[in-house]
Design a protein around this ligand. Structure first.
Ligand code: ADE
Ligand code: ZN
Length: 335
């Protein structure tokens, strides 16, 4: 069995996936036509060629432009189902999907259109393809905390469809402390809490996200290694990092796969999971992210199984689902 087949055969959870970042150029064109929207590209190839980024902001500018083709509930349904089919072929059995409601509401798309389309596809994925799920609503950190509060209010009627709150977009200059009041309110309302921290921001941003936002998982977390005490604390507490290798490469957070901090993270006892982030923009889905690290560091099967195990135990799936997936993973590892 080839390495990629082995990786795909492992039951795993995807915990860091922006659904808008799974919009493939082919679907971007299809939806642009369906919704009579003009794109600043004349071919699928031209779109792919534009996906060269030197930092996070470069990417975000194109990412927000790309999502402008998403208008109707059916668009959000089609986008999500297409992602789930890719995930299924990579062995994903549980997904926790991020979405950016502010990126849609500010374009005049109703909150309900977004949530209902994504959620309907997630239900179909669960019923027809046995992929359990959670939906996590992210606040855009370049906007104000007041705007985030408004988004939290808009989410209220859909409380049963959304399990958690995240924080994404431009990290530098938008520290976690900016959102501490809205996170406190979200915690009161019973949401799970996560946040992007330490992608381009310093280890201090990770510390703030833990202490001020009270997050349960760290999205990215690369810069944590700059602070030995913090690294020890996060390792001891078993707080998971949702690491995204191909994203780190495409956004120049790391220069080569061989310089990725994954081995150091593992050596420090950090609970690392591997994820795709924005697969259509970064050149690969979750199995490709496992593969690039396996090849760069000659990871053995035991380590690949450990990474898949971490993804299941770090998820917000219920206990019985976790037990089922862990049992399947164990059977697979022993086969
Ligand atoms: N939005 C989508 N992908 C993101 C990332 N990797 N970092 C911050 N915001 C994002
Ligand atoms: Zn992300």
């Amino acid at each position: 069995m080839t390495q990629i087949d082995f990786i795909r055969s492992l039951p795993k959870a995807e915990l860091h996936l922006h659904i808008e970042g799974s919009l493939e150029p082919e679907m971007m064109f299809e939806l642009a036509e369906r919704n009579q929207i003009s794109l600043p590209f004349d071919s699928v190839d031209a779109v792919r060629e534009a996906y060269q980024f030197s930092n996070l902001q470069d990417f975000l500018d194109i990412y927000y432009q790309g999502m402008s083709v998403l208008i109707t509930e059916q668009d959000f349904f089609d986008l999500t189902l297409a992602y789930l089919m890719k995930a299924k072929s990579d062995g994903v059995r549980h997904v926790e999907i991020f979405f950016d409601p502010q990126g849609h509401v500010e374009r005049g798309v109703a909150f309900e259109t977004v949530v209902n389309g994504i959620h309907r596809a997630l239900i179909e994925g669960e019923v027809k393809h046995d992929i359990s799920f959670g939906l996590i609503m992210c606040f855009l950190r370049h906007l104000s905390e007041a705007d985030a509060f408004e988004t939290l209010v808009q989410a209220k009627p859909y409380r049963d469809k959304i399990i958690g709150i995240g924080l994404d977009s431009s990290e530098q200059g938008n520290p976690p402390e900016k959102f501490q009041h809205v996170y406190a309110e979200a915690k009161k309302q019973g949401y799970h809490l996560v946040a992007h921290a330490g992608e381009e921001g310093s280890a201090d941003y990770v510390l703030q996200a833990l202490d001020l936002l009270k997050i349960e998982r760290i999205d990215h977390g690369n810069s944590i290694l700059d602070d030995a005490a913090l690294t020890q604390r996060v390792a001891d507490a078993g707080i998971a990092l949702t690491v995204c290798p191909l994203s780190n490469l495409k956004l120049c957070v790391v220069d080569t796969a061989e310089n990725h901090p994954l081995p150091k993270m593992l050596a420090k006892g950090l609970k690392v999971t591997l994820n795709a982030d924005d697969p259509s923009y970064f050149g690969g889905y979750i199995a490709d992210n496992y593969l690039v690290m396996a090849q760069a560091f000659d990871l053995d099967r035991k380590t690949l199984v450990k990474l898949a195990k971490n993804s299941i135990t770090a998820s917000f799936a219920d206990t019985s689902r976790k037990q089922d997936l862990l049992l399947e993973l164990l059977e697979r590892a022993l086969a």
